[in-house]
Write a protein that binds this ligand. Structure first.
Ligand SMILES: Nc1ncnc2c1ncn2[C@@H]1O[C@H](COP(=O)(O)OP(=O)(O)OP(=O)(O)O)[C@@H](O)[C@H]1O
Ligand SMILES: Cc1ncc(COP(=O)(O)O)c(N)n1
Length: 277
């Protein structure tokens, strides 16, 4: 057999301005040299200023898309992003249980940068009970980790406490992203399945162009795992990639602009990896 390009799948929403959601995922997959398929669960009328409209796709149409994928493609890793409502969350959970993909990355997208809610309250409960226990890795940001764990996060100790609680809910590995602070450095906390834990530290980029950072890093991790990397290496490599896309910004729109997926990753983008902070 010839060298096959890994095939990965994102299940998420579409952002019409191309910065977040499925658009960010596909750009991130392409940059990691894997083939990306996409199942659309929601259409959003969205730009860098905010989300103007959301249209959920019917459960039947979501089912049909998922079926089309498994009937033909050979998916080795799946990630999910914006899921919107309970029916969609349950559909995704059923699909994951029926097909053993091995790797499932749960990005528990709840609120867009502009403040729009992309997951309703009942669906948050469903994510916690049916999707979280299926996750190889969950990638909450600070507000999402607070909702999932019930821990209010004010410092590094709180991040560790929240990640442990989330792992106890069933996710094997946890990446708690630290973008939502105003400190000079950003610290992401990683708790692995075997209890090993570490921090990734990088210098904060003073920019509003951070639309889709969460989608981009979780998609890059999905791709790296599909390429055969171990969890720690996949996370560090994806972090360097997202750092490059933030640090080499392009000017699009008037609000939270998108990332630059053409950016080259260099030494500068490697995070400091620390056992303790
Ligand atoms: N201003 C910044 N400078 C450098 N790195 C950043 C910055 N903002 C976010 N990051 C990094 O980007 C990644 C995503 O973090 P963040 O906490 O913003 O996730 P998110 O809120 O889910 O993203 P989004 O909602 O925009 O999709 C993390 O690795 C974080 O450290
Ligand atoms: C369809 C879709 N999926 C995810 C996000 C989160 O991204 P961000 O927090 O950067 O707005 C979004 N805005 N839109």
């Amino acid at each position: 057999m010839t060298n096959e390009t890994p095939q990965v799948l994102t299940i998420a929403g579409i952002d019409s301005s191309g910065g977040a959601g499925i658009s960010a995922d596909l750009k991130s997959f392409a940059a990691q040299h894997v083939y990306g398929a996409n199942v659309v669960v929601a259409l959003t009328a969205q730009n860098t200023l905010g989300v103007q409209e959301v249209l959920m796709i019917s459960p039947e149409m979501i089912h049909a898309q998922l079926q089309s994928i498994v009937d033909d493609l050979r998916i080795s890793a799946v990630k999910s992003g914006m899921l919107g409502d309970v029916v969609t969350v349950e559909k995704v959970a059923d699909f994951l249980k029926m097909n053993e993909f091995g790797t499932y990355i749960l990005d528990p997208v709840m609120v867009a940068k502009g403040g729009a809610h992309l997951l309703n309250d009942k669906a948050i409960v469903a994510v916690k009970s049916v999707l979280l226990p299926l996750a190889t890795l969950i990638t909450p940001n600070i507000p999402e980790a607070e909702v999932l764990s019930g821990v209010t996060i004010n410092d590094h100790q709180d991040m560790m406490k929240a990640a442990l609680k989330i792992q106890k809910l069933g996710a094997k590995n946890v990446l708690l992203k630290g973008g939502h602070t105003s400190a000079k450095h950003v610290y992401d906390y990683i708790l692995l399945a075997d209890g090993h834990h570490f921090w990734m530290k990088s210098t904060r980029v003073d920019t509003k162009r951070t639309h889709g950072t969460g989608d981009t890093i979780s998609a890059a991790i999905t791709a790296q795992l599909a390429l055969g990397k171990d969890m720690k290496t996949a996370i560090i490599s994806a972090k360097a990639y997202v750092d490059a896309t933030i640090r080499n910004g392009i000017q699009v729109g008037h609000g939270h602009g998108p990332l630059n997926h053409q950016a080259k990753v260099t030494e500068v983008n490697n995070p400091e990896v620390l056992a303790n902070v």
